[in-house]
Design a protein around this ligand. Structure first.
Ligand SMILES: [Zn+2]
Length: 385
């Protein structure tokens, strides 16, 4: 399959960050606007939170770069918007080119913007610390399926999943921690507080020639009461598919979603070990078998059955019968079986502390990057003699 460096696909791209502001006032205004969006506040909400001073029209002028807020006003903005004062002075250049959203319809454009800004702010700090440490980000190779017919896509997607596993040296075994695996392969991942209608989104963070794949995911599946690690893993790889696969232009959004689901299944459990485990021409199936595959591979029972159908190990009719049973049993909300694994990942903070230990950055810069106070930094940072 042809592999080439990934570029954001045209057409559906949306730029999260605006073009590079030209003057310091414009840059600061742009930052103010984005921190306000990140907090989910309207101009009037922000003015109200500050007791009406400055007014919303005055804030609009700041954001437009027509007037610069003074240091006292900036300090108040920083307090209400919960960003460190240095946020307003950061050099700008990064853009998020959103590739795809999952379940964005319930979220609304305001909620979507807020999540994008939260993710943007994090990825900006993440890429800055990597630049300081001289860590080069591996470009994500792209699997170009744009010339494939619908009939050719299943085999092409199976191949694409295998090729990426091979390029990332993952072998054919279960992936112990998808979150860590992505981070160590150059895909930046940010988990965001749960909001109704948000599962995840994928984007390329671009700055000049640099194009870094980034994924934002809801924390919902990592935390009680909804904790569901197989679902978190599947969503993460579904988002990866949006970055890695270049689909034929003719596909609808729903069709792309289905092919990304297919890829997620193929990447999490490659066809050979799956067939070997599941067997062929299956009709009678025990739930305990599906639970055992879930426990071993960290993929839901529902996704295991879909995978079996995709690989023609069960007939579409058999799969449909399973779906009816699953629906009756309420398994779409709470599925049987568990996966005892870990999807925690912490790559960003150790990088900042490493740069501090190597004296590449000052303590106040480290605190700014971590979004914490200097005393908090002191509690987390213990230099060795
Ligand atoms: Zn999607």
């Amino acid at each position: 399959m042809p592999m080439k460096p990934a570029t954001p696909s045209s057409g559906k791209d949306e730029t999260c960050a605006p073009s590079i502001p030209v003057s310091p006032a414009a840059r600061m205004g742009d930052r103010l606007r984005r921190s306000r969006l990140m907090a989910g506040l309207s101009l009037r909400d922000l003015s109200d939170a500050l007791g009406g001073e400055p007014s919303h029209t005055q804030i609009a002028k700041f954001e437009a770069g027509e007037v610069c807020p003074d240091s006292k006003q900036l300090a108040r903005f920083s307090q209400v918007l919960q960003v460190r004062p240095d946020y307003f002075f950061r050099k700008d250049g990064l853009k998020l080119q959103t590739v795809e959203y999952r379940s964005h319809t319930k979220l609304g454009s305001k909620g979507r913007k807020r999540l994008e800004e939260q993710a943007y702010e994090f990825f900006e700090r993440y890429l800055e610390i990597e630049q300081i440490l001289g860590i080069a980000t591996e470009p994500l190779q792209c699997a170009d399926l744009s010339d494939k017919t619908v009939e050719e896509l299943p085999a092409a997607i199976e191949d694409a999943a295998k090729n990426l596993r091979e390029a990332w040296k993952l072998g054919m075994n279960p992936i112990p921690n998808v979150h860590v695996m992505l981070q160590t392969r150059g895909v930046k991942v940010k988990t965001l507080a749960h909001e109704d209608g948000f599962d995840g989104f994928s984007a390329f963070a671009t700055d000049g020639d640099m194009s870094v794949p980034v994924i934002a995911l809801s924390k919902r599946w990592l935390e009680e009461p909804d904790k569901d690690l197989p679902r978190f893993r599947f969503t993460a790889i579904h988002e990866l598919a949006h970055l890695y696969l270049k689909f034929p232009e003719s596909l609808s959004h729903k069709e792309k979603e289905n092919w990304c689901h297919w890829f997620a299944g193929a990447f999490l459990v490659p066809s050979e070990p799956f067939e070997e485990r599941f067997g062929v021409n299956r009709v009678k199936i025990a739930l305990s078998e599906l639970i055992a595959i879930k426990r071993e591979w960290g993929m839901s029972v529902a996704a295991v059955m879909k995978r079996a159908c995709n690989l023609k190990l069960v007939t579409p009719g058999r799969y449909k019968t399973y779906c009816i049973v699953a629906n009756k049993q309420g398994w779409s909300t709470k599925e049987p079986g568990t996966w005892i694994g870990d999807e925690k990942s912490s790559r960003f903070e150790p990088l900042v502390l490493r740069a501090l230990a190597q004296e590449l950055i000052t303590p106040s810069k480290a605190a700014g990057l971590l979004g914490i106070s200097l005393p908090e930094l002191g509690a987390r940072y213990t230099p060795l003699d």
